[in-house]
Design a protein around this ligand. Structure first.
Ligand code: C5P
Length: 393
């Protein structure tokens, strides 16, 4: 777990910093709060002291620091500094390397990553001076989290709202993930496929795409370049992931085959329909006949095709079974010649936010305890990195 300096500058969004503090502590981090003088007009240091269990630092002449070097000491203990909210004024200071209070001095003297969550009125955000300052900070390697657009405390609507505490906590958790796959390319399939019967009807399944999207996100935050080939789902694309939308298994196959060259790891999470309609109707089928027969033909097995390439990427399959998980999963792994297959019980997994997985590889089986899908995705990637990619180096 990490030690974070949470810097709070002056803005109405400062009231949300208390919630962010609680979320960071819930993730297991220790948090030292440092506030600017302006921040104290919006939220009391007492609140943040009580929540963090540590005295809050406000100025560089704090007598509690024996060597009078709070700006150095606090930063050296930190794994990251997060400034939320970061006001337009504070951003301008950072961009110019000014150091006229404890928080700005701490940021200038840091030797750890700095993340800032801008929060300001939309006109202030759009101002060329702010845009210049943000561009400068980005090129200096500062992570800019947000802002979002929406209603503002001043009554206006537009860009400049601070991201919600939960979103900020997620960004911070992502930044802390080990960079296991820097320079690697991942290809992930996710979601169901949709096999058209006629222009308005089709055959699909209940896959939500959540597991595949969590894996794409986890791969991206571990440093990989990620392409996500997705069937029809209603999920937001993970940040910095390139998403290709498809409908049918054949479209998914074509997209995968286009993208697979140069790819290091292929994780096939999609619930691909095993069959498609052979005699798809060009027009909407009219009701009337008491019996309607659909002829189904087998779809290509995308994973098996990729695994059979001359130089396949490291292939990971998923198997959702309703019973006999170990037996069926191991059979499937051998049939498709996969180094790793991830098994889950279908009725416990599909559409749920949580799951329970068992990883099957040449060396045995490894259960991953019930957890949210992003946690499981991170554990799966650690397994891939340590047991397989690492071993091949
Ligand atoms: O054989 P089964 O469908 O149970 O295998 C599941 C695994 O194979 C999953 O990883 C799934 O994404 C992949 N698959 C595929 N193409 C198919 C069917 C399944 O890539 N047509």
């Amino acid at each position: 777990m990490k030690h974070i300096v949470l810097g709070i500058s002056g803005g109405i969004a400062a009231y949300k910093s208390a919630e962010l503090l609680r979320l960071l502590m819930k993730q297991g981090h220790s948090v030292q709060v440092v506030m600017t003088e302006a921040a104290c007009h919006f939220i009391s240091p007492t609140t943040l002291q009580a929540l963090s269990g540590r005295p809050v630092y406000l100025d560089q002449w704090d007598e509690r620091t024996p060597n009078n070097m709070a700006h150095i000491n606090l930063g050296r203990e930190a794994d990251a500094i997060v400034v939320a909210p970061a006001s337009a004024d504070f951003i301008a200071k950072l961009a110019h390397g000014l150091a006229d209070d404890l928080l700005s001095t701490l940021c200038l003297a840091r030797n750890c990553p700095l993340m800032i969550a801008p929060a300001m009125n939309r006109e202030m955000w759009q101002n060329k001076a702010t845009a210049r300052n943000i561009a400068q900070l980005e090129s200096d390697g500062v992570a800019i989290l947000g802002p979002d657009s929406g209603s503002q405390a001043c009554g206006e609507t537009g860009m400049g709202r601070m991201l919600e505490p939960l979103q900020l906590a997620e960004h911070i958790a992502s930044a802390f993930q080990p960079k296991l796959f820097t320079g690697k390319k991942f290809l992930v399939t996710a979601g169901p496929t949709y096999e058209a019967i006629d222009p308005v009807r089709g055959i699909t399944n209940q896959s939500s795409g959540k597991m595949g999207y969590a894996i794409a996100k986890a791969a991206q935050e571990s440093g990989a370049e990620v392409v996500l080939v997705s069937g029809p789902v209603s999920l937001a694309t993970p940040v910095n992931v390139r998403r290709i939308d498809v409908m049918s298994a054949e479209e998914m196959r074509d997209a995968v085959m286009r993208e697979v060259a140069g790819c290091d790891v292929f994780i096939s999470v999609a619930a691909v329909a095993d069959y498609r309609v052979a005699n798809r109707s060009a027009q909407k089928i009219k009701k009337g006949s008491p019996v309607l027969t659909l002829e189904l033909v087998a779809n290509p097995d995308i994973l098996a095709e990729v695994a059979a390439l001359e130089h396949p990427p490291y292939c990971v399959g998923f198997a959702a079974e309703s019973e006999n998980l170990a037996e069926y999963a191991e059979q499937k792994r051998r049939a498709k010649k996969l180094p790793l297959l991830v098994g889950n019980i279908a009725q416990d997994a599909i559409g749920q936010d949580e799951n329970e997985l068992v990883l099957f590889d040449d060396q045995g089986s490894y259960p991953l305890r019930r957890a949210d899908k992003l946690t499981l995705a991170r554990q799966l990637l650690q397994h891939i990195a340590l047991r397989h990619i690492g071993a091949r180096k």
